[in-house]
Design a protein around this ligand. Structure first.
Ligand code: AHR
Length: 503
């Protein structure tokens, strides 16, 4: 299909791929997701509580949701919070379902009634089904080092102890071997309102004890903005070896309403999304200054995405009752694509990332309403990037083309090369101008395909009534490896071009 372009003649954009300048590997961990016991994410979205009968754990995850997520894919999944993690006691979620306590949980100032039917075994079973690596967030706010050590022993120890016998009694003899452990969440705020120095010392205590239980566990310290991050690492000084990843979060909040946004709002959101890469770069500098060669600390952007005013707890636009659900449009999908491109470029310092959140909450790729389930614009943007996962990122530079009012290029891309061949994903950020895009630098078999995500209106999205209003469609591509390739991109659109093997 040739994209229907209206308006003034297209500006020619040229993007050059440089296959001989590998940046690094795009770890599957950069395409992670986040499931919190918040709103309808875990209960109702992932987990169908209505099906809970007796103690049988099989088959309670929503099959439609699991299948759609499997296709996405979901290489990494963080659980159970978020702010919820610092109220969560893991023992509440093991053993016979009928005997599990019903607890009052808390996240984002929202009280959560939790029957604990989705606990450790169920979550780890979901990860196995999805092919996702689990990432467990521990409780520092109301927990103790002993409680987190016990969870680690329960999940990972191969030894014969009361806890590992209990694990076996609950249906899992072999260790789960969970690598990633968060030591609290947002401990500068909901996770206990610590100051950086106090939290750093608390972290040191937790991490020391956790390492005794499983020296190969990768520990994630809770970061925030630059000052907190620098103070944290300075305080740890000689003990910085206890840190494997530094967690940071980013939520874009400046793009106006979820659907009724103006052109200025549109650009404001995309600018904020692009700023995520700058935040990663800044954090990498802080880590390098503090840890230098002493320790390689990765950046864990373990919550990111757009947080529209309708899904905020406070403010005139807040939807009531508050569920943290929001509309998801093509504009949000473009913001995701631009952010993923930054992840590819920063793949040597960014070690993991989790979009917030996986179902029904914030920038969810999947939404549900009763029996209905639909894939959002964000889902399709992620899916259009799947070929980059585990490939080698290579530079893709815009040499010429339209410039936005902030001086940046309107059409940008990110390329990778690997077992699938070469892939480039391209965003035309221009609100109302199409672009003729020329791509050079591929070396392939001469085969090329392209897929496009576009709509007349950037506020277009899917919903329960029209679940497939916005879906990727094939896009016509002309050219060859020697002379370069050409596509026409509509305004506010995203495309992925795939070229055959280059060897
Ligand atoms: O994702 C929603 C919330 O945002 C998380 O619980 C918290 O970590 C962050 O403030």
């Amino acid at each position: 299909m040739r994209a229907a372009l209206q308006g003034p003649p297209l500006t020619v954009t040229t993007i050059e791929i440089r296959l001989d300048e590998p940046i690094g590997t795009i770890s599957p961990r950069l395409y992670g997701h986040f499931a919190e016991h918040l709103g309808r994410c875990c209960y109702d979205g992932l987990w169908d509580s209505a099906e809970v009968t007796g103690d049988h754990v099989a088959g309670r995850f929503r099959r439609d949701v699991v299948e759609a997520l499997h296709e996405l894919p979901v290489p990494l999944l963080r659980w159970p919070g978020g702010c919820y993690a610092d109220h969560y006691h893991w023992r509440d979620g093991i053993g016979p379902v009928s005997a599990r306590p019903r607890r009052l949980g808390m996240s984002c100032s929202l009280q959560v009634e939790d029957d604990n039917s989705l606990g450790t075994h169920e979550f780890l079973q979901l990860c196995a089904e999805l092919g996702a690596e689990p990432y467990l967030a521990g409780n520092v706010g109301t927990g103790s080092p002993q409680e987190l050590c016990d969870w680690l022993e329960y999940c990972n120890s191969p030894r014969d102890t009361t806890l590992t016998r209990e694990r076996a009694g609950n249906g899992r003899a072999a260790p789960f071997d969970v690598r990633l452990w968060g030591v609290g969440n947002e401990n500068w705020g909901c996770g206990g309102n610590f100051d950086a120095v106090t939290y750093a010392l608390e972290y040191r205590r937790y991490a020391t004890m956790l390492r005794h239980i499983d020296p190969s566990a990768e520990l994630v310290i809770c970061g925030e903005e630059d000052d907190w991050n620098a103070k944290l690492l300075d305080t740890l000084a000689a003990d910085v070896h206890l840190v494997d990843h530094l967690s940071i979060h980013t939520y874009w909040r400046n793009g106006g309403p979820e659907t009724g946004f103006t052109e200025d709002d549109y650009y404001a959101l995309l600018t904020e999304a692009r700023g995520t890469e700058t935040f990663i770069e800044r954090t990498a500098e802080i880590i390098a200054d503090a840890a230098g060669d002493k320790q390689r600390i990765g950046i864990a952007l373990d919550e990111w995405g757009v947080w529209h005013p309708e899904a905020r707890r406070l403010g005139p636009a807040s939807r009531r009752p508050i569920t943290y659900e929001q509309a998801n449009t093509l504009r949000d999908a473009l913001a995701v694509a631009l952010t993923l491109h930054g992840f590819h470029r920063q793949c040597n310092v960014l070690t993991l990332a989790n979009l917030a959140q996986i179902v029904n909450v914030l920038q969810a790729p999947i939404m549900t309403d009763g029996d209905r389930m639909w894939r959002t614009a964000t889902y399709h943007a992620l899916r259009l990037h799947a070929r980059h996962i585990a490939a080698t990122a290579v530079p893709a530079t815009t040499i010429a083309g339209d410039i936005l009012s902030d001086g940046s290029a309107a059409v940008t891309g990110s390329a990778s090369t690997g077992g699938h061949g070469t892939t480039i994903s391209i965003v035309n950020q221009h609100y109302d101008r199409g672009a003729e895009v020329h791509v050079s630098g591929t070396r392939g078999s001469g085969e090329a395909t392209a897929d496009l995500l576009a709509a007349d209106n950037p506020a277009s999205g899917n919903d329960a009534q029209v679940p497939d209003r916005l879906i990727p469609v094939p896009l016509s591509i002309a050219g060859n490896d020697r002379d370069g390739w050409r596509i026409d991109l509509p305004p506010h659109s995203l495309a992925t071009l795939s070229f055959g093997h280059n060897d």
